[in-house]
Ligand binder design. Structure first.
Ligand SMILES: Nc1nc2c(ncn2[C@@H]2O[C@H](COP(=O)(O)OP(=O)(O)OP(=O)(O)O)[C@@H](O)[C@H]2O)c(=O)[nH]1
Ligand SMILES: [Mg+2]
Length: 314
């Protein structure tokens, strides 16, 4: 399918099939996708980007689904990117089961899209950011990105949003795991989900105590709110939605602005690096092939090969 300005316009104008095509293009075709993204241009950065992360099975998808319901009652149009870990066991085939948002099927104000974490060219976070751009341009706000809180790619995704929600559940030592993985450090809002199960109150207290001990001061992240939810019944979900909305409310634009500036800076640098690297290697394709043969046959080591390329000897 050839992308066109018409396609981009249709995607932005509320044509769901055109939007789905645009997302596929951006995910799979770097050249045509970049062209389409360039064609969107308009008003990016309006949407509140919310990352929802946490251990497997904590209830992230169930909670996102409940949040969608809450936002829909306020008339907000919600976009969701669900990052599928593409585990070696399922190969992503069970994705339909993983996304517990089927109750919103048929609601034109909700657009749910899965994103395979394997094989995303240029990295998972970059792909998620590009897809979020498309949903943002198409008028979805908030845009929620759900990802399991394991692995570097997932951690990068967490840093590509305005607000990070860490979802934990009592039992199983999730809190300890999250502490170890450094997820706690990045959380703007912490949720103890499955509050209907034993140990939720204890977990909430332990988390609050941990945050109180954390160093405080200018430049350090503020203490995140710790909220209890039961995603399956909706208990606590309104309070969570309010805690999220307040972050983009009046007087808060500046804090998010700094984060968006940092994100914009990082994206520009990454894009320049990518283009420069592509051009640089294109010019040295033959030299690289020759050096690779020498290294593979043991005549040369990698460091020496790199030095030759960098010094222009090769
Ligand atoms: N008792 C109870 N069960 C819940 C709650 N929230 C979710 N669950 C159940 O927990 C299981 C996992 O929920 P998911 O929403 O799929 O969890 P997830 O974090 O998205 O899981 P992955 O995407 O696989 O990492 C499901 O069987 C849910 O019905 C809750 O608040 N209380
Ligand atoms: Mg899930």
């Amino acid at each position: 399918v050839q992308p066109s300005g018409h396609d981009a316009a249709a995607a932005l104008g509320g044509d769901r099939r055109a939007l789905a095509r645009a997302l596929t293009l951006v995910e799979n075709d770097p050249v045509a996708g970049a062209r389409l993204l360039a064609g969107l241009r308009v008003g990016l950065g309006r949407a509140h980007r919310v990352g929802v992360t946490g251990p497997p099975g904590a209830g992230k998808s169930t909670l996102v689904s409940a949040l969608i319901g809450s936002w829909r009652r306020l008339g907000r149009r919600v976009g969701v990117l669900a990052v599928d870990p593409s585990s070696a066991f399922t190969g992503g085939a069970l994705l339909g089961d993983r996304i517990r948002m089927t109750q919103h099927l048929g609601d034109d104000g909700v657009f749910v899209r899965s994103l395979a974490s394997r094989g995303a060219s240029g990295g998972l976070a970059a792909a998620a950011e590009d897809l979020a751009d498309v949903l943002d341009a198409a008028g979805y706000d908030p845009v929620v990105i759900e990802t399991v809180g394991v692995g570097q790619g997932e951690m990068d995704v967490v840093q590509a949003v305005d607000t990070t929600v860490l979802v934990l559940a009592p039992g199983g030592g999730d809190d300890v795991q999250a502490l170890k993985a450094g997820l706690i450090e990045m959380a703007d809002v912490v949720v103890v989900n499955q509050a209907d199960r034993a140990g939720a109150d204890r977990m909430e207290a332990a988390l609050k105590a941990a945050f109180e001990l954390r160093a405080k001061g200018p430049g350090l992240p503020p203490e995140p709110p710790v909220l209890l939810t039961t995603a399956t019944t909706g208990a606590g979900v309104e309070a969570l939605r309010e805690a999220l909305d307040v972050r983009v409310g009046e007087g808060r634009a500046e804090a998010l602005g700094a984060r968006r500036l940092e994100r914009a800076r990082r994206r520009i640098v990454a894009e320049v690096d990518r283009r420069r690297a592509a051009a640089w290697w294109h010019e040295r394709a033959d030299a690289l092939a020759g050096l690779a043969r020498d290294v593979a046959s043991g005549r040369l080591d990698c460091g020496a090969a790199a030095s030759r390329l960098l010094s222009g000897e090769a």
